[in-house]
Design a protein. Structure first.
Length: 568
């Protein structure tokens, strides 16, 4: 077991990681203590200081805010006499906040000792406070609190498929690696994790890369606020995912796969483990799969420990190797230099599920949607009558989607998460498709009652919190953006603050190492462009005189990082 997994287990078992633990781990694994400490500092759910015996995190996502998370967190703190973010003096409980927990359509959501609980209303909060005061163990809390159901509102070829275990594997073996690649190309399947890279090319590049061992990694980190479609697939379609990973392994010549599951989805881990066990027992996983001599493939689950940037594929690989999740310098790309430096396919959960579906049913099944070939899962949350998961044909317009989910008086929609696109009613005829309005699957609806500056403030804080700090433009830039949006939200901004933010954004886009830094200023700037009334009362028409030249400061810091190299 890797050091990160050990640290996570220690944290969950004893609420903190002590100096003695660090010393034992460092000695046992022959690592410097500073490396172990660096992991604790990096991952949000690892702590040196003890947390409460009931360790509670409220999800800080905008969708949870809209459903009342701040009010419920304050209520719970008041009932328990606890201060937010600080363990109660008797060590019984800590109530704090964390980035989106992926239960956006069923908030306000919390994690308690790593387990997810949804729909925190007044009565649930009061009951929970009583259980905590009564020192009732978590195992005796109402079972229904921990039952996370998925609202699958609209089904397409993936969600409505009558899956036959092993069908895709048999087909993959029959048509061979060339046939699988052809099927994925014919279906025009593109990555569903955000970048939309053609899946057939990724698999083909990896299988043709040299080396004795190749790997398959399923990206189940799903940290983009407003995205929860992978959660639903992991919950209800884990067999399809495992089958997709298995055919990927067979195609690219890998015998080992990993599911990198975000910490917040701990509640799904056991269920997926059981599926893996069952498939091993029925010879759908393991050695000589389904009696095919020489076809071996198995899967291990690796848990994250709280870091949005670990969703970026190279950071994910670093984390999988037990390190801090700092994105690698690319090229080389994972398809040639991935896990342990070996060729690796990293695919999103949904992509792997569709791959299994396409190989089993044929490419036409997926690509028969007209001009915009294919389908996409959307996680719809926010102001609508029917939030949940929708499988839509690519090319559907935002307006059609809004009609499907019963949204009215819509002021704006955030497509693709905080770093994605904010659209207003004049753009609702835009199409959801890879080359038009790309989305990793998040679709958050805001009606006329919402203050869009609050939304931009939430997103900007999210990016600053999740910046891994590796590159200076992002580390410094995200903090500056937070100061500026807070100032504007409080009504103390000037129009020239916006100009200053544009300059910082320009720098961050050019000089940041990964997508996080490149997107961090997008929410406030697009909100300013598209929802000017929200700013009318908040921006004075005075000239802003910066205390120092931000651009020069960031350039200088960049230079220092370049000269001194990448911090380790
Ligand atoms: C900051 C950041 C976070 C990301 N988070 C995720 C994620 O949670 N899940 C995911 O599948 N891809 C995420 N990605 C995209 C991955 O880097 C990668 O493109 C994807 O896993 C590839 O799989 P696909 O080809 O199936 O889309 C993220 C990218 C960035 C820059
Ligand atoms: S852009 Fe931000 S999140 Fe990405 S590597 Fe740089 S500091 Fe880390």
């Amino acid at each position: 077991m890797k050091v990160l997994q050990m640290l996570r287990n220690l944290q969950l078992a004893q609420n903190c990681i002590t100096d003695a633990d660090i010393a034992i781990l460092a000695e046992g694994l022959n690592l410097p203590r500073t490396k172990v400490q660096a992991l604790i500092d990096f991952y949000s759910f690892l702590h040196n200081e003890p947390r409460g015996r009931y360790d509670i995190y409220f999800s800080d996502s905008i969708t949870d805010h809209m459903l009342g998370s701040r009010v419920q967190a304050a209520r719970l703190c008041e009932k328990l006499g606890a201060e937010p973010g600080v363990p109660r003096p008797d060590g019984a409980v800590t109530v704090s906040f964390t980035s989106c927990t992926g239960l956006c359509e069923r908030g306000p959501a919390i994690l308690v000792n790593g387990m997810a609980v949804d729909r925190m209303d007044d009565s649930r909060v009061d009951e929970m406070a009583a259980l905590i005061e009564g020192k009732v163990p978590l195992e005796e809390w109402p079972l229904e609190w921990f039952m996370i159901n998925d609202a699958l509102r609209r089904k397409g070829p993936l969600l409505e498929d009558n899956y036959t275990p092993g069908a895709a594997i048999e087909q993959a073996i029959q048509i061979g690696a060339d046939g699988v690649i052809e099927a994925l190309e014919g279906a025009n399947l593109r990555g569903c994790g955000g970048a939309g890279f053609p899946t057939y090319r990724k698999w083909d590049l990896c299988r043709k890369a040299g080396g004795d061992q190749h790997y398959v990694v399923c990206n189940a980190d799903e940290g983009e606020p407003g995205t929860f479609k992978d959660r639903a697939l992991l919950n209800g379609y884990a067999d399809v995912l495992i089958e997709g990973m298995t055919i990927c392994g067979i195609t690219i010549g890998a015998t080992q796969g990993f599911i990198y599951l975000r910490h917040e989805y701990e509640f799904l881990r056991e269920r997926i483990e059981r599926r893996l066990e069952r498939r091993r027992a029925t010879n759908l996983l393991g050695r000589n799969i389904q009696g095919h001599h020489g076809i071996h493939f198995d899967i291990e689950i690796a848990m994250g420990a709280g870091s949005y940037v670990c969703g970026e594929e190279s950071a994910l690989i670093e984390s999988l190797e037990g390190k801090r999740g700092i994105p690698r310098i690319r090229p080389p790309f994972p398809v040639t230099h991935g896990y342990r430096g070996r060729p690796t396919v990293v695919n999103n959960v949904e992509t792997l599920c569709y791959a299994a579906n396409i190989v089993a049913r044929g490419p036409e099944h997926f690509a028969s949607t007209g001009h915009y070939l294919g389908w996409k899962l959307l996680s719809i949350s926010g102001d609508c009558r029917a939030p949940g998961i929708y499988e839509i044909p690519l090319g559907a317009t935002a307006r059609e989607v809004l009609e499907m989910c019963g949204a009215e008086n819509v002021r704006a929609v955030q497509v693709g998460g905080p770093g994605g696109i904010l659209i207003t009613p004049d753009e609702f005829d835009r199409k959801l498709a890879f080359d038009h309005m790309n989305t990793a699957g998040s679709f958050i609806i805001f009606d006329e009652s919402r203050d869009m500056v609050d939304v931009a403030v939430n997103f900007t804080h999210f990016f600053a919190h999740e910046s891994c700090g590796f590159c200076t433009p992002c580390r410094v830039g995200t903090k500056l953006m937070v100061q500026m949006v807070d100032k504007i939200a409080a009504g103390h901004g000037a129009r020239l603050d916006i100009q200053q933010m544009r300059r910082i954004h320009h720098l961050m886009t050019r000089a940041s190492h990964c997508g996080l830094g490149q997107s961090a200023a997008v929410p406030i700037l697009t909100t300013y462009e598209k929802c000017p009334p929200c700013f009318q009362e908040r921006l004075e028409d005075i000239e802003y005189k910066p205390a120092f030249d931000v651009e020069a400061a960031i350039e200088r810091s960049r230079q220092i990082v370049k000269e001194e190299g990448r911090p380790r």
